[in-house]
Write a protein that binds this ligand. Structure first.
Ligand SMILES: [Zn+2]
Length: 220
């Protein structure tokens, strides 16, 4: 079921305050269009009823896809590595086999949704991304600001990432062999098999991958 709250939102253009419904929780069974609206970001669009000014309004959103067995909790700019919510754990206690993730950005939410729909392991993707980011950073001489997996093609033996480099966050595409994902997957299976049995929503990101890799290297 979709859950929403109503609150007054002030227009940054004309100052008009209007009552706005903010949807805090959606699931793909009840609302077939929600996935598309998240991917084209119309879901987060807000329009002033007085002057028509449009703005992007980012707010926490719990996205559930029961068919594909995952939940992604978007909390803007969240920095914690795990979010534990007593009420949600109780509510979804029978769904312990479901992958639960917390993400800090809309882009990260889209990445998780696409990966889980295709049954890929996001921990392996983060490890692969970290390795590829290091290569990109060395070859371009620029810092990698952030990166997302945009395509995995087993047949073509390829995995593609979009990185954002340097101070101006220039977009940079990098494709590498699918084997990089496979090798990362075997590390996850050998060293982190119980990660998804933990309670709460995990933030599986670059910091998680760096720590996981550090521990892996320390143990081999
Ligand atoms: Zn306005």
């Amino acid at each position: 079921m979709s859950e929403k709250i109503s609150k007054y939102v002030g227009c940054p253009m004309c100052g008009e305050k209007s009552m706005t419904d903010i949807i805090c929780s959606v699931n793909t069974e009840d609302d077939k269009s929600v996935r598309e609206r998240i991917f084209d970001e119309s879901f987060f669009r807000w329009k002033c009823i007085k002057c028509g000014f449009e703005n992007k309004m980012q707010h926490p959103l719990l996205y559930s896809d029961v068919k594909n067995k995952f939940m992604v909790y978007f909390i803007p700019k969240v920095e914690r590595s795990r979010i534990y919510d007593e009420k949600l754990e109780r509510e979804f206690s029978e769904l312990s086999y479901i992958k639960k993730r917390v993400v800090p950005s809309i882009n990260a939410m889209k990445e998780k949704i696409a990966l889980f729909e295709q049954k890929y392991d996001d921990m392996a993707v983060e490890l692969a991304k970290l390795a590829v980011a290091e290569v990109v950073s060395k070859s371009t001489g620029q810092n990698v600001y952030e990166g997302y997996c945009t395509e995995i093609d087993k047949e073509e033996n390829s995995i593609t990432f979009q990185f954002f480099l340097g101070a101006d966050h220039r977009s940079y595409m990098q494709t590498t062999r699918y084997d990089v994902y496979n090798r990362s997957l075997s590390i996850v299976r050998d060293y982190y098999p119980d990660t998804d049995k933990k309670k709460g929503f995990l933030n599986i990101d670059k910091a998680w991958a760096a720590e996981a890799l550090r521990r892996y290297k320390g143990s081999v």
